[in-house]
Design a protein around this ligand. Structure first.
Ligand code: PXP
Length: 237
């Protein structure tokens, strides 16, 4: 299973003070040195974290794979076609949400998604739909011509009991098998972390996971001791 790192929250931290640090591009290059298979960013309409400059620089500088998460809106489709990431993952987007809250309702917007998919594929970009582990949504994704689906793992990650987690894992397993039979590539993500990845990786047939929050949060702690010591050396304390 490949691992792509979502670096949105490096940009969240940068934007919190309107300054230049931490630089998301540096994070991407460091992650590549560490061995990730790809870099994921979500260019939101409100630009709350990643901005267009980040996407364009990433396109120039990274050497693995750029996965651009985006809503199917005219402005962002035009940017995607111009920038040319290897992969676009279409997600639903709500202005008020803290993070992407669930999968796309593909069945509700067949024409829009078909048109968007054709435009992106014509620009040599692979297209993935972020969906719930729901057979009907997966069938519709295949019919429209998506190359890949990314299964929303948020319900699994937020399960309140082992039983609920097990049930959701089964639902994801069925969804993966169904998508594979239809010839779709299968990615997965949302809420995966250092604990739940152990049980999640038992599912076969997933090409790639996309993880952000858990890894960026952990990086603060595993890097903090060194950062404090470096400042102490400079201060001479
Ligand atoms: N996949 C998609 C489509 C997402 O929207 C997100 C969140 O930005 C992720 C994966 C990563 O989720 P998390 O930050 O919880 O690891």
């Amino acid at each position: 299973m490949r691992f792509s790192l979502n670096i949105d929250h490096v940009a969240t931290l940068r934007n919190a003070r309107g300054e230049l640090q931490p630089e998301p591009i540096t994070a991407a290059l460091l992650a590549e040195q560490a061995g990730v298979d790809g870099i994921v960013v979500h260019l939101r309409e409100d630009r709350r974290h990643i901005n267009e400059r980040d996407v364009r620089l990433l396109r120039e500088l990274i050497s693995t794979k750029l996965d651009l998460e985006m809503a199917a809106t005219e402005e962002i489709i035009q940017i995607a076609c111009d920038v040319g990431p290897e992969l676009v993952t279409i997600v639903p987007e709500k202005r008020q949400e803290l993070t992407t809250e669930g999968g796309l309702n593909v069945l509700d917007q067949i024409e829009l998604l078909k048109d968007t998919t054709i435009r992106l594929q014509d620009a040599n970009i692979e297209v993935s739909f972020f969906v719930e582990p729901d057979i009907n949504q997966i069938d519709a994704s295949a019919e429209i011509g998506a190359d890949i689906i990314e299964i929303h793992t948020g319900v699994f990650a937020n399960a309140e009991s082992e039983e609920q987690q097990f049930d959701e894992l089964e639902r994801i397993r069925d969804a993966v098998n169904h998508a594979r039979k239809l010839g779709l590539g299968v990615n997965a993500g949302h809420g995966l972390n250092y604990q739940n990845i152990k049980i999640f990786r038992e599912i076969e047939g997933i090409d790639e996971v996309s993880i952000g929050q858990a890894v960026i949060a952990h990086a603060v702690f595993v890097g903090l001791k060194e950062a404090v010591q470096e400042m102490m050396r400079l201060i001479g304390s």
